[in-house]
Design a protein around this ligand. Structure first.
Ligand code: NAX
Length: 366
């Protein structure tokens, strides 16, 4: 048996966690041979409910579930964690403007960023789900000066999976026959679900669907899928969000299949002309516990317009919380300078691959 990994989860008594924790304990996220320690975090008022969830986890007798600990504060709950899933957030109350929501959550995620900085494992991988996810991830990351910004991500995999499922349905195939969907931008209705690089059975998807359907039905439906589910179910997406969290963390830590593209909300390094310093969903591939943006994809005029709309919304969200972003982390977030040189053998006599090799250099590493 391997050593267990520590996974901290906030909002652990909430609806998403009620699916998520059981999937993690069953080995769906970290692998069927990886024991886990669950460090569950809730607000003080929800601790009794959390105790109930812990009892149910215990009652499942999962062979991979090593230990469960319960915490009513993040400083204790994040202690030494290797993975931090920030699911809990303040929901939008009656009469609350979007900017109010951004601001109350900013305080929560600033504290969580500081706690991760001070108490988590130095190699921690963080996934922010609580909304507004992209801006919350930015706040947490900016408040963690000793961690790399590339250790923070936000969840756009649910949007990615939604798009994949809907396209499969339209084409009369299963989701596994669809590859390389891309979600660009914010986890909000401005996100851009891009099918221009997607394939169905390895053949370009755009040749198999009607452009009018794609633009007038598919895009708005993916963008508004959250509301459509609330309308039908009376409750927001929970099980599908849990599955998306598992998928995103699984790919990040265990890698993507060769050639496969997935979408992840990560700090923009200026790729595809997106302004640096905001968390933006990009096409990525993962390997060796790291993610890399997929470069060189063609962006049509139509796509560029969509990218700009979602970029502007993120810049606007950032401006609402600007006063809560510490100056000391501005430079590291505006210039990801870490350079990956791995996967090659460098000989002491200087022979070997030339430094110009396009595969050797890139600036996205953990
Ligand atoms: P619930 O309201 O069921 O659960 C949230 C839980 O978080 C509650 O138990 C609450 O006590 C706890 N909580 C609140 N503040 C906390 C804090 N500071 N520390 C620890 N715990 C805290 O919501 P749920 O349906 O589970 O959704 C959680 C979040 O995910 C929401 O913000 C929601 O908007 C967001 N979502 C994000 C998605 C994404 O794709 N990025 C999709 C699903 C979901 O809508």
């Amino acid at each position: 048996m391997r050593r267990p990994v520590r996974i901290a989860v906030t909002g652990a008594a909430g609806a998403i966690s009620y699916s998520l924790l059981f999937k993690i304990a069953a080995g769906e996220m970290m692998g069927r041979d990886q024991p886990v320690i669950l460090q569950l975090i809730e607000l003080p008022d929800a601790m009794e409910s959390l105790r109930g969830v812990a009892m149910e986890l215990e009652d499942c007798a999962y062979p991979l579930l090593h230990t469960i600990t319960l915490h009513d504060n993040v400083e204790e709950g994040f202690s030494n964690c290797h993975f931090a899933l920030l699911v809990g957030a303040r929901p939008r109350g009656p009469g609350m403007e979007r900017s109010d929501l951004i601001e109350v959550n900013a305080e929560i995620f600033a504290r969580q960023g500081k706690a991760l900085n001070d108490f988590a494992n130095r190699d921690v991988k963080v996934l922010v789900t609580g909304n507004p996810a992209n801006t919350n991830a930015l706040i947490a990351s900016r408040n963690a000066p000793d961690l790399s910004p590339s250790q923070f991500t936000c969840l756009t995999r649910l949007d990615h999976n939604r798009a994949r499922g809907m396209l499969a349905s339209q084409c009369g195939v299963t989701a596994r026959d669809i590859q390389n969907i891309i979600i660009w931008g914010n986890h909000s209705p401005t996100q851009y679900p891009d099918l221009h690089h997607a394939t169905v059975f390895g053949v370009p998807a755009m040749g198999q669907i009607d452009t009018a359907w794609y633009r007038d039905q598919f895009i708005p439906r993916v963008q508004e899928r959250g509301s459509e589910i609330i309308k039908a179910r009376g409750l927001s997406s929970a099980a599908s969000a849990a599955q998306a969290i598992v998928d995103q963390m699984h790919n990040w830590s265990q890698g993507t299949d060769p050639g496969e593209i997935v979408s992840m909300g990560i700090l923009s390094d200026g790729s595809y002309g997106i302004q640096k310093g905001v968390f933006f969903s990009f096409p990525v591939r993962c390997n060796y516990g790291r993610y890399q943006i997929v470069h060189g994809l063609d962006i049509s005029d139509f796509s560029r317009k969509q990218l700009t709309a979602t970029e502007l919304e993120l810049l606007e969200e950032k401006s609402v919380v600007e006063h809560l972003l510490p100056k000391e982390t501005e430079a590291s977030h505006m210039n990801l300078t870490i350079c990956l040189k791995s996967g090659v053998t460098l000989y002491a006599d200087g022979s070997g691959p030339s430094a110009e090799s396009k595969f050797m250099n890139n600036n996205r590493v953990l």
